[in-house]
Design a protein around this ligand. Sequence first.
Ligand SMILES: [Zn+2]
Length: 342
Amino acid sequence: MRAAVMYGAGDLRVEDRPDPKIVDPADAVVRTVAACVCGSDLWPYRSMPATGTGRPMGHEFLGVVEETGAEVRGLKTGDLVIAPFTYSDNTCDYCAKGLQISCRNGGRYGLDGVDGGQGEAVRVPYADGTLVKVPVAADSALLPSLLALSDVMTTGHHGAVSAGVGRGDAVLVVGDGAVGLCAVIAAGRLGAERIVLAGRHEARTDLGRRFGATDVVAARGEEGVARIRELTGGVDKVIEAVGTRQALDTALGAVLDGGTISRLGVPQYEEVPIGPAAFMRNITLTGGAGPARAYIEQLLTDVLDGTITPGLVFDRTFTLDRTPDAYRAMADRQVLKALIRP
Ligand SMILES: [Zn+2]
């Protein structure tokens, strides 16, 4: 099969790999129908040290079940399934409390002999616990929005849930990347009345308005904070979807005392800058990697009936062989989120 493999910064290759086979009786082999590039795929693309062996890439995909191991009960050949961005048994103590990201038997695609999602097929461990069957055909127009449940939309939802967003809230979303835009959808879906989106890329903030943002603040730093405070008087709930120190400083500047900041962007800073001043303000810092598997079913209904359309974050489609172009276009910010079709 063909699959995308990263050999070092800027060195992504699409090459022939062994066809996946059932290794463990709980496995399924999924033939990929659609995959995509995550903002987090761009970190190794920018900084991974060169390696001779390479790492299969991609963790967001959906596809058709091709083969199942002897222990797989809930899936059969031909089922269309969404793969959450990590695999999990869905039975351990962490999974039972909806923290499948921490599954005791779980893991990540592209590591430990498991294929990446940016390829023609993937061996998925713990298929029954991991994969979510969807009741549409493989050529459905809903595919991009269903694919978004693999990571970007469920991650945005995690931000809104962990920030405690509820009816009537004023919410600030920092970041106009695909996760931030999905966090706007999620905040609106949970009843937020005012949603301020901090971002400066106009096409993206326009999509954010379409997703339910009531205000857009393009200014950054202290000027941005002043503008958010002027608009709202400060907010109780912030979803920080960038991961930089500047984005967190914006969140800290805009949040009211006693408020909550949920972080979705993987921190690119080492120390949490909650010193004595923020301590005195009783700011709660929460968030983290979203347990996609815990949220797919609850969001699926809204995708199927068209209430939410997170698939609009995909603004360009590439064939699998053009995956290196997809990375380049996203790294250059010419594309918001690239969809890959094997
Ligand atoms: Zn588990």
